[in-house]
Ligand binder design. Structure first.
Ligand code: A3P
Length: 273
């Protein structure tokens, strides 16, 4: 985490595990927080004209671009994303009033999603680590930003300890009932939907705006790129958007192995997949 970064108490921090639906939740939070500025169905809505990664940047990508101005000129509440564990967040985030939303996903789907992503993004001539070898490393906890169990447990425990500070979400729950989770999110962020807004269908509009097919087909998500040191094709963030795609890639034996690890590591925490 950049040593010079200083959070403001009104910042909203989205912390996620890689490939857990970060792009999706960026769009959802952006739409919820800015709903008074845009009519979601309006064609000028930023989410219909730019990537969620431009609307809701990663802190590290702002620093990669050496763009402190971007941070200073962001409207309040600033929407900023990270992949680091809770224990690596600066005190200006953890000890201030700013809110932290955490998103994770079934590790088997994360692993498969990451494989596809890396395959699309790898530089020409670069070979992928063989599937079995990469899976073995994943089970040993070799993963960007640390073992998946450590990251999710840290945020899970913080969410129990300080529910007003950390909201813990799962990709699977968002898929199951996005409208209900949008309402929960808005309440957590201190901008609950009024009965009138619910009646007017504002929640439903956000569900539609952030729907996988809608987002995938936005021109900026189909053809655009983002990133500073490394350029990322926005289209690589939209693949299948399904629960349980791992079944087409991971053998039952491999699944049993990772399930045992999940069970052991999360034992007694109350967190389950
Ligand atoms: P799959 O590869 O399983 O399809 P991240 O944004 O953290 O990199 O996560 C990418 C994953 O989220 C990809 O999963 C992608 O397809 C999925 N995703 C992106 N937008 C989504 C949406 N609107 N609804 C559901 N899933 C979405």
């Amino acid at each position: 985490m950049q040593a010079t970064f200083k959070a403001q108490p009104s910042d909203i921090i989205l912390a996620t595990m890689l490939k857990s639906g970060t792009t999706w939740l960026k769009a959802i939070i952006f739409a919820v927080v800015n709903r008074h500025l845009y009519t979601n169905t309006h064609k000028n809505h930023p989410l219909l004209n730019s990537s969620p990664h431009d609307c809701f940047p990663f802190i590290h990508s702002i620093y990669e671009k050496n763009n402190q101005n971007q941070l200073d000129s962001m409207p309040s509440p600033r929407l900023l994303a990270v992949h680091v564990p809770f224990s690596h967040l600066p005190a200006s985030i953890t000890d201030s009033g700013c809110k932290v939303v955490y998103l994770c996903r079934n590790p088997k789907d994360v692993f498969v999603s990451l494989r596809h992503y890396l395959d699309k993004m790898k530089p020409v001539g670069c070979e992928m680590t063989p599937f079995d070898e990469a899976f073995d490393l994943f089970c040993q906890g070799v993963f960007p930003f640390g073992p998946f169990w450590d990251q999710m447990l840290e945020y899970w425990r913080e969410g129990i300890k300080s529910p007003e500070k950390v909201l813990f979400l799962k990709y699977e729950d968002l898929k199951e009932d996005l409208a209900e989770n949008i309402k929960k999110l808005a309440k957590f962020l201190g901008c609950s939907f009024s009965a009138e807004e619910v009646k007017r269908g504002v929640v439903e509009e956000i569900v539609q705006l952030c729907d996988f097919e809608t987002m995938k087909n936005v021109k900026a998500n189909k053809e655009g790129e983002h990133g500073a040191l490394v350029r990322f094709k926005n289209s690589a963030f939209f693949r299948k958007g399904k629960i349980g795609d791992w079944k087409d890639h991971i053998t039952p034996d491999m699944a049993e192995r990772v399930d045992k690890i999940i069970e052991q590591k999360l034992l007694g925490s109350g967190l389950m997949f």
